[in-house]
Design a protein around this ligand. Structure first.
Ligand code: AMP
Length: 302
């Protein structure tokens, strides 16, 4: 039984109201793989990096059970780079730069050992690559989850709609749900997006939690109230990685399991935002995860 994640492995420069972090390790593949590895290993990572990416980080990933056979390094080229800036209250962010670099020519051929992956996370990257991975996995997938971003809605909408139509679960944030559906009300947006193919839609609402929509019902999970947020980057990827990691661990795709997976996703995301880059995830213990899981369950119980 195995879990695969495909997403960017990158450098990020991030500006918040109080700090700036330059060229720190980021990327949807890095965050989602790390988050998933708390629940299930191996995590089969598919991505591409340039000559500039530190070998030390790859060694740290491998030590956590993240397989890097599907992580291609291109000598003489640069890794994906993203630069973003947050409003003082973190309610929205502006992208200042997206440099695809090695990602522009990436055409992954999955290693043989990845082909039977059952739980597949198409984390944020080019929709055409997400589609190629999905097609190579074929019918061995028990649950496929797609995460994406406004950048791909703006630049590759047709390909994105094609992949959305192929997956079981779509996770996007509230702004992206509104952009994709053209509807302001999240209920209306969800109803419309569920006609685009996925059986389940998860809308992430930052500090206001996350909602699961489907024909089986609706579930709403609050976010952990945090005294201090350092950097929200990667929260969505951690959410998706932990969500699918928990599902892979339970080997169940019931609505009940999905609900618990959302709670675990919210927990790991809440830790991620406490520090820049992967820093908080690196010091995170399983007991920390369990403590906030209990806290969220308590918050939802009447
Ligand atoms: P999140 O905050 O969960 O939306 O994810 C932020 C991460 O996504 C950062 O570490 C970036 O490196 C990465 N990223 C930013 N823009 C893109 C993009 N267009 N495609 C793929 N990954 C991206």
């Amino acid at each position: 039984m195995s879990l695969l994640t495909v997403g960017t492995v990158a450098f990020d420069t991030i500006t918040t109201a109080t700090a700036k972090a330059e060229r720190v390790i980021g990327g949807a593949g890095s965050y989602s793989g790390w988050a998933a590895s708390f629940f299930h290993t191996p995590v089969n990572l598919v991505s591409i990096i340039g000559e500039d990416f530190p070998q030390e980080t790859i060694a740290e990933m491998e030590a956590r059970g993240i397989q890097t056979e599907g992580l291609e390094r291109v000598l003489g080229k640069k890794s994906f780079f993203w630069e973003g800036e947050y409003l003082a209250d973190f309610s929205s962010r502006t992208t200042h730069a997206t440099e695809l670099n090695v990602l522009a020519d990436f055409d992954p051929q999955l290693p043989q050992s990845y082909l039977s992956s059952e739980y597949v996370l198409l984390a944020n990257l080019t929709p055409a690559i997400q589609k190629s991975v999905l097609t190579q996995i074929g019918s061995s997938a028990k649950l496929t989850v797609l995460d994406t971003m406004n950048f791909w809605m703006d630049t590759a909408l047709d390909e994105l709609l094609e992949v959305i139509n192929m997956v079981d679960v779509l996770t996007i944030n509230d702004e992206e749900a509104r952009q994709l559906s053209g509807k302001h009300s999240l209920m209306e947006a969800a109803t419309k997006i569920l006609t685009m193919g996925p059986r389940y839609l998860i809308i992430k609402k930052g500090e206001h939690g996350a909602m699961l929509f489907s024909n089986d019902g609706i579930f709403s999970c609050p976010a952990i109230p945090l005294a201090k947020v350092e950097d929200p980057t990667g929260a969505g990827d951690c959410f998706a990685g932990a969500f699918l990691g928990y599902i892979a661990r339970e080997q169940s795709t019931s609505f009940d399991t999905l609900k618990k997976a959302i709670v675990y996703g919210s927990v790991v995301a809440s830790y991620c935002v406490e520090e820049f880059s992967l820093d908080r995830l690196k010091s995170l213990e399983w007991s920390d995860v369990e403590a906030r899981y209990e806290m969220l369950v308590d918050m939802m119980t009447v």
